[in-house]
Ligand binder design. Structure first.
Ligand SMILES: NC(=O)c1ccc[n+]([C@@H]2O[C@H](COP(=O)([O-])OP(=O)(O)OC[C@H]3O[C@@H](n4cnc5c(N)ncnc54)[C@H](OP(=O)(O)O)[C@@H]3O)[C@@H](O)[C@H]2O)c1
Length: 169
């Protein structure tokens, strides 16, 4: 089973602030939905709680929520207390590509075992950010594709869809 990260970052690898995202980019939300649809998604408790209740669990995808608190039970989700259990659950369920959808703590821990990254690069800096994605070592990742999207009335910033694949060693 492949492990894939899906993330949107600012120019300084910012991913969030005050428990929420730093931008509203509808085309990126659609991109996220298309990429993750039908796959198991693994999400940290803080990010899961940041999803508006009417949108969670995320539809069309088995949601695996990780928390160290074994008493936390989110309805309609697989609740796990370790990343290993979350990964095993997806694997045992026949998943071929597990989607890691954040947030910062989960990305940091699982980047070393990730083979593919769907990265949205938002062409702006966000000094108010308090959560960041780890630095991506260019020696370890090759760019498979890029697609640039210009800002418009619904998208305040330019952004870019980038697919990265870990270089085999
Ligand atoms: N830009 C993006 O693409 C993107 C995507 C996702 C999230 N975000 C942003 O990222 C921020 C949240 O990130 P975060 O780092 O604060 O939190 P997070 O990674 O979403 O969740 C952290 C929580 O997950 C649980 N957890 C983490 N590692 C664990 C482990 N090894 N075993 C068991 N449980 C574990 C713990 O829950 P308990 O405390 O319950 O034990 C921990 O407090 C928000 O601002 C959000 O909007 C951005």
């Amino acid at each position: 089973m492949m492990i894939t990260i899906v993330v949107a970052v600012g120019m300084n690898n910012e991913i969030g602030g005050g428990g929420d995202l730093l931008w509203v980019l509808p085309k990126d939300m659609t991109h996220f939905k298309n990429i993750t649809w039908g796959h198991h998604v693994l999400v940290g408790r803080k990010t899961y709680e940041s999803i508006p209740p009417k949108f969670r669990p995320l539809a069309g995808r088995p949601n695996i929520v990780v928390s160290r608190d074994a008493t936390l039970k989110y309805e309609g989700c697989k609740n796990v207390t370790s990343l290993e259990d979350g990964i095993k659950f997806a694997k045992d369920n026949g998943e071929e590509e597990l989607m890691i959808i954040g947030g910062g703590e989960i990305y940091r821990t699982l980047l070393p075992v990730t083979e593919r990254i769907f990265l949205t690069r938002v062409h702006h800096t966000f000094p108010e950010a308090d959560t960041h994605f780890p630095a991506i070592d260019p020696a370890k990742w090759e760019t498979i594709s890029t697609e640039f999207i210009h800002a418009d009335e619904k998208h305040k910033y330019d952004f870019e869809f980038i697919e990265l694949k870990r270089i085999a060693v």
